[in-house]
Design a protein around this ligand. Structure first.
Ligand SMILES: [Zn+2]
Length: 123
């Protein structure tokens, strides 16, 4: 793959990683004991029951968002690791090139469209 394209994708990945980390930080607190783990803060609006319902509601939503953001971050980290190792853009199943177009649309992809389609049919 074109080095320039990979450089551009890497920049995009780093930018989204920064954005995602900031999003995560906005509603989670870092756990000092486990590196890279975020935990959703339990919001505190007060003790009145309607407020508690709101707290639980927000907590549940944040937990779900946290999972989505964390998995997105993991995908980005894996993609960045593949760039470092020089295996970026290679399908992990058939070892063929994934193709620039697919990678531009989905930079964290690690399978080509043919393999992905096959996997989806099996699922
Ligand atoms: Zn493949």
């Amino acid at each position: 793959m074109d080095k320039k394209v990979i450089e551009k994708i890497k920049k995009d990945l780093l930018a989204s990683k920064k954005q995602l980390s900031e999003d995560l930080k906005s509603f989670t607190k870092k756990d000092e004991h486990t590196k890279d783990e975020h935990h959703t803060k339990f919001p505190d609006y007060g003790d009145k029951s309607d407020e508690s319902v709101q707290e639980i509601d927000e907590y549940t939503t944040n937990l779900a968002t946290e999972k989505v953001l964390e998995s997105a971050l993991r995908d980005i980290d894996n993609a960045l690791a593949r760039i470092t190792k020089g295996t970026y853009g290679i399908c992990k199943y058939c070892k063929k090139e994934i193709g620039e177009k697919r990678l531009m649309a989905r930079p964290v992809a690690n399978t080509c469209i043919a393999c992905k389609t096959k996997l989806q049919k099996m699922a």
